[in-house]
Design a protein around this ligand. Structure first.
Ligand SMILES: CC(=O)SCCNC(=O)CCNC(=O)[C@H](O)C(C)(C)COP(=O)(O)OP(=O)(O)OC[C@H]1O[C@@H](n2cnc3c(N)ncnc32)[C@H](O)[C@@H]1OP(=O)(O)O
Ligand SMILES: O=C([O-])CC(=O)C(=O)O
Length: 371
């Protein structure tokens, strides 16, 4: 076989790695995370359990979960003056760019940065997971002229994350749904950002470098940036009728509608989107406002009928973030914070069993020219 006829644009369907972390089994409609179904985990467990499953390879016991919670609390403070970096950035800086810079700066503080052993990488991953809510929320607050908030050690990981953003301790349902959001975003096999992280890690570069590259990847609207674009679209549309008209106009103009379609879930709804739709129903009932749910259901129907396309996670996650009172600019950084667990697991696995990524090309340029 020549190199040419092996070529798959966008590497569609190409196997890029062997992994024991996760697999999208579309036939069984299961997102397999180390043998468990992600949707079942999101129903019955919490985000800290996912951290254990992803980084330690097994579902933690009650005691082990408490140890994970304690370890995260122990490391959640940022180095003194760290957030000052956001005081010198232009206030219009995209918060994904702010996060990318934050992770990069953090690298300099890590005493084990050049140690790629499984233990050192796992400890670095925990320190990153501990600090990332502080970076995400702190960068947002400083860039918006607000004082950063200190972590509240009495709160759970998820409740504290929300508190750092809004300055308000969340209610039970809000905490529960935000935790479920972090859980469903935690890991998803080989999306562009995970591939990016593994490619970087494969040169023996460090975990911070791999994650910095992954932030840049996740920022794009075809990937994680879609959740912010969905919410802006819903707000621009203003009403169910406005959204119906907007969608028909977009389709007539051959525009892509954010929050629909997926490279892997081509003819079915992303199972994570169904879970977030249920969360949206619960939140809408609690807040006594079903308008976003109504709009989303209309959009789902139109896209299925007109294009045969189904919602992905970002479609139903966006209004959930909104009803939780989270500023739109933070939707993608929060996606990244949740995905940090999965990304670190992939970097650890890549370092533990490495072969440099170095593919070939199908050359389409001229030959035999002479200067
Ligand atoms: C959590 C996540 O990161 S999930 C992804 C979030 N991203 C989005 O929601 C962005 C919108 N969706 C998309 O752009 C795409 O569905 C992607 C990028 C996610 C996957 O795309 P691919 O697998 O590369 O499919 P591709 O871009 O080739 O599209 C195939 C066909 O479906 C159409 N299509 C795919 N998604 C959409 C969409 N959201 N709106 C309108 N048409 C679409 C394309 O125009 C194309 O049609 P054509 O063959 O007539 O040209
Ligand atoms: O799998 C993908 O390509 C994108 C996605 O849904 C994710 O990263 O959660």
């Amino acid at each position: 076989m020549t190199i040419q006829n092996k070529y798959k644009p966008g590497l569609e369907g190409v196997i890029a790695a062997e992994t024991a972390i996760s697999y999208l089994d579309t036939e069984a409609e299961e997102i397999v995370i180390r043998g468990y179904d992600l949707i079942e985990l999101a129903d019955k467990k919490i985000y800290l359990d996912l951290i254990g499953v992803l980084l330690d390879g097994k579902l933690p016991s009650e005691e082990e979960r408490m140890a994970i919670a304690a370890e995260l609390k122990q490391h959640n403070e940022l180095p003194p003056g760290f957030l000052d970096v956001y005081k010198i950035m232009p206030s219009k800086t995209n918060l994904m760019d702010a996060l990318r810079s934050g992770i990069s700066v953090l690298a300099g503080y890590d005493p084990d940065i050049e140690d790629r052993s499984i233990t050192a990488n796992r400890n670095k991953a925990m320190r990153l997971l501990a600090k990332i809510p502080n970076i995400v929320a702190g960068s947002y607050r400083i860039m918006n002229g607000k004082e950063p908030i200190n972590p509240d050690k009495e709160l759970s990981y998820s409740a504290n994350f929300l508190y750092l953003i809004t300055g308000r301790k969340p209610g039970y349902l809000e905490e529960d749904i935000f935790d479920q959001l972090l859980t469903v975003y935690s890991e998803h096999e080989m999306p562009n950002s995970t591939f990016t992280a593994r490619v970087i890690a494969s040169t023996h570069s460090d975990i911070y470098g791999a994650l910095t590259g992954a932030v840049a990847s996740l920022k794009g609207h075809l990937h994680g940036g879609a959740n912010e674009a969905v919410m802006r679209m819903l707000l621009d549309a203003e009403s169910p009728e406005g959204f119906r008209k907007m969608l028909y106009d977009k389709l007539a103009g051959k525009e892509r509608v954010m929050g629909f379609g997926h490279r892997v879930y081509m003819d079915k709804m992303d199972p994570r989107a169904s879970l977030m739709k249920t969360a949206l129903k619960k939140l809408s009932t609690e807040k006594g406002d079903h308008s976003l749910l109504e709009m989303c259901e209309i959009g789902e129907e139109i896209m299925k009928e007109e294009k045969g396309l189904y919602p992905n996670l970002d479609y139903y996650a966006a209004p959930v973030y909104y009803l939780l009172g989270i500023p739109i600019d933070l939707y993608t950084p929060i996606f990244f914070a949740a995905r940090t667990a999965g990304l670190c697991a992939h970097v650890i696995e890549q370092h533990a069993n490495n072969r440099l990524f170095r593919p070939r090309v199908n050359y389409t340029g001229p030959r035999h020219l002479h200067p």
